[in-house]
Design a protein around this ligand. Structure first.
Ligand code: HAM
Length: 446
């Protein structure tokens, strides 16, 4: 039997139209473009500049950056072996951005770099709703500043993206993870406190207790959650500078009118964080409730071998989860890109005419399409509708012989006969007027 090839599990095709993959809706490419454009507009309003880093990075960069003991590095990397080199498909973009910042000495451009990205990431997790093996992140990194306002700026930018789409009901939680030394003292105290309860922990819990007890704080296991309610808190192991820094971040958020909850149990699954950590959850997402997350990573540069200070902060968000939230909240995204003109042709001469006129309209900057299968007039009009055409320009053999064509406004249904040679110029004029006045297109009398 011949094999039927399919995309791998946990990855999906984005088709020109909305589709379903593994039981979940996948928006069409026009919807992706619309959402990406809107994100870019928000990024531009905050004056963040785009950075694009390669999908492939050296394994060591991600291992050192994200942390050897994290689930991402220990269990979820897609590794590419090339002789003596080992690359990975990037599981996230913060470490690559820091690599680029160091490599290109971006601090020499002066000031603080406010960077953003949109693109695919890869993690070999067990696929489920909202969790994929190839997914897409958008996010920002502010590199070169240790000012608490930078943390608040990353949070404000993140929230503005969701506000721009009208997404509501999400919950921002923040915490301080302190300094590495404070965290180490806390981890030791937490381990000592938990040790007598070892037998009450799940197998994963026991593993975490040995390797990284802080990861137990965000356990989903209800028994462990109940146990941890009385555990010591990290904040009690932090010094004055850490606490006042945390106060400054909270004050900035208050000043910006941003609602947040403090969550002393919030930890993150990547090792580079210190001080501020935050997560944005949505009640609409089910088990994978995190829309976005981020925090400060002032020592990531040093972990990558830099002796130059490289303080940074930022967030990343899942595009697929944004789409899930939009869908759950009934916020529609345009599914088709608009089309200016669909040329409807009946008969060989008219088909040649449609081909020629489409090229002419496109040269003049309009978008134009036509049928390539010699279908009936009805089928062609249906196609014009499906493609969201503003106008249909219709010609049959006898009309062309008489030098006329029909121009139909697809929205109002209004139809006018025009001299064939004048039609494209006429359409371009209607489109130009409509764009200049930001009005719906109408057909003035020729
Ligand atoms: P993260 O929390 O690992 O952080 O991922 C950020 C977001 O990416 C998550 O909140 C989620 O929306 C999405 N995401 C993660 N894994 C998957 C997956 N398997 N399927 C679908 N969506 C997923 C980071 O990646 C950090 N680099 C964030 C950051 C930027 N911190 C500072 N700057």
């Amino acid at each position: 039997m011949t094999k039927t090839w399919r995309n791998i599990r946990g990855a999906f095709d984005i088709l020109p139209w909305a589709s379903v993959a593994d039981g979940a809706a996948v928006p069409g490419s026009a919807a992706w473009r619309y959402v990406e454009d809107a994100i870019r507009q928000t990024m531009a309003r905050f004056r963040f500049e785009e950075i694009r880093t390669p999908i492939l990075e050296e394994e060591g960069l991600i291992a050192r950056g994200v942390g050897e003991g994290t689930d991402i590095v220990a269990k979820e990397m897609f590794v590419v072996d090339r002789g003596r080199d080992r690359y990975v498909l990037r599981p996230e973009v913060t470490a690559p951005v820091m690599r680029a910042w160091l490599q290109h000495r971006l601090e020499q451009r002066g000031g603080v770099q406010r960077l953003y990205y949109i693109g695919p990431c890869f993690r070999a997790e067990r696929p489920q709703k909202g969790r994929y093996r190839q997914f897409h992140q958008f996010g920002c990194e502010i590199v070169g500043s240790d000012d608490p306002r930078a943390d608040a700026e990353a949070i404000a930018l993140m929230l503005t993206v969701y506000d721009a789409f009208g997404v509501t009901g999400s919950r921002l939680r923040i915490n301080t993870l302190g300094l590495p030394e404070e965290r180490r003292r806390y981890a030791a105290a937490l381990r000592d406190w938990l040790e007598p309860h070892r037998n009450a922990l799940s197998e994963t819990g026991r593993r975490r207790l040995d390797k990284n007890p802080l990861r137990l704080l965000d356990t989903k296991d209800e028994r462990e959650q109940a146990l941890l309610r009385d555990a010591p808190l990290l904040v009690d192991f932090t010094g004055e500078p850490t606490r006042s820094r945390y106060e400054s971040v909270k004050q900035c958020l208050d000043e910006a009118g941003i609602d947040f909850e403090e969550d002393a149990m919030l930890v993150r699954g990547l090792d580079y964080y210190m001080h501020t950590a935050f997560e944005l959850d949505s009640p609409d997402l089910g088990a994978q409730s995190a829309l976005a997350g981020g925090g400060r990573y002032d020592l990531l540069g040093a972990a990558l071998g830099s002796d130059r200070p490289a303080p940074g902060t930022g967030f990343a968000a899942g595009m697929e989860r944004l789409f899930l939230a939009l869908d759950a909240q009934g916020l529609s995204v345009p599914e088709t890109a608009s089309l200016d003109v669909f040329l409807v042709a009946l008969g060989r001469d008219a088909q040649q005419w449609a081909f020629r006129e489409a090229q002419r309209l496109r040269r003049e900057g309009a978008s134009a399409s036509f049928d390539l299968k010699g279908r009936s007039m009805k089928a062609q009009m249906r196609e014009a509708h499906r493609q969201g055409a503003l106008f249909a320009l219709i010609a049959g053999e006898s009309e062309l012989a008489a030098g006329v064509v029909q121009l139909k406004n697809m929205d109002s249904g209004e139809q006018t006969q025009l001299p064939a040679d004048a039609a494209p110029t006429h359409i371009l004029q209607c489109l130009g007027d409509a764009r200049a006045n930001d009005a719906p297109v109408s057909i003035p009398s020729p």
